[in-house]
Ligand binder design. Structure first.
Ligand SMILES: [Zn+2]
Length: 118
């Protein structure tokens, strides 16, 4: 799902997309001429093996995310703490953002109930 930067104004532009058992829903808002804020909620279920014993876990996602999408190279404001993703075709690729967020969530360690107690 791609949305042109030109379409986004300072009023919220809602979006929703799905992949696997996950939905990513939120809104886009223009902050500066070449910067759009993507606020979303990653929700759903994913499966992963316990990082200690290997038992399969069902993870329930409910992750708020805030990403800045830059129209071209982002060079201003190095103090800004939010993650910035640069797009070079004038469009915000929401699926790419969703998958990035999902992957960074999944790259954490997860433990099953038994291993959590140790
Ligand atoms: Zn375990």
């Amino acid at each position: 799902m791609k949305i042109a930067f030109a379409k986004i104004s300072s009023s919220a532009y809602p979006f929703k997309l799905n992949f696997d058992n996950i939905s990513f829903e939120g809104e886009l808002k223009r902050l500066e001429s070449r910067l759009v804020c993507v606020e979303g909620l990653l929700k759903g279920f994913a499966y992963k093996l316990c990082d200690s014993c290997g038992q399969e876990l069902e993870l329930e996602l409910n992750e708020k995310t805030q990403i800045l999408a830059s129209d071209g190279i982002y060079k201003d404001n190095p103090k800004e703490l939010a993650d910035v993703i640069e797009f070079f075709d004038g469009q915000i690729d929401l699926m790419e953002i969703a998958l990035n967020e999902f992957e960074s969530y999944m790259s954490d360690y997860f433990y099953c109930e038994k291993c959590k107690l140790i």
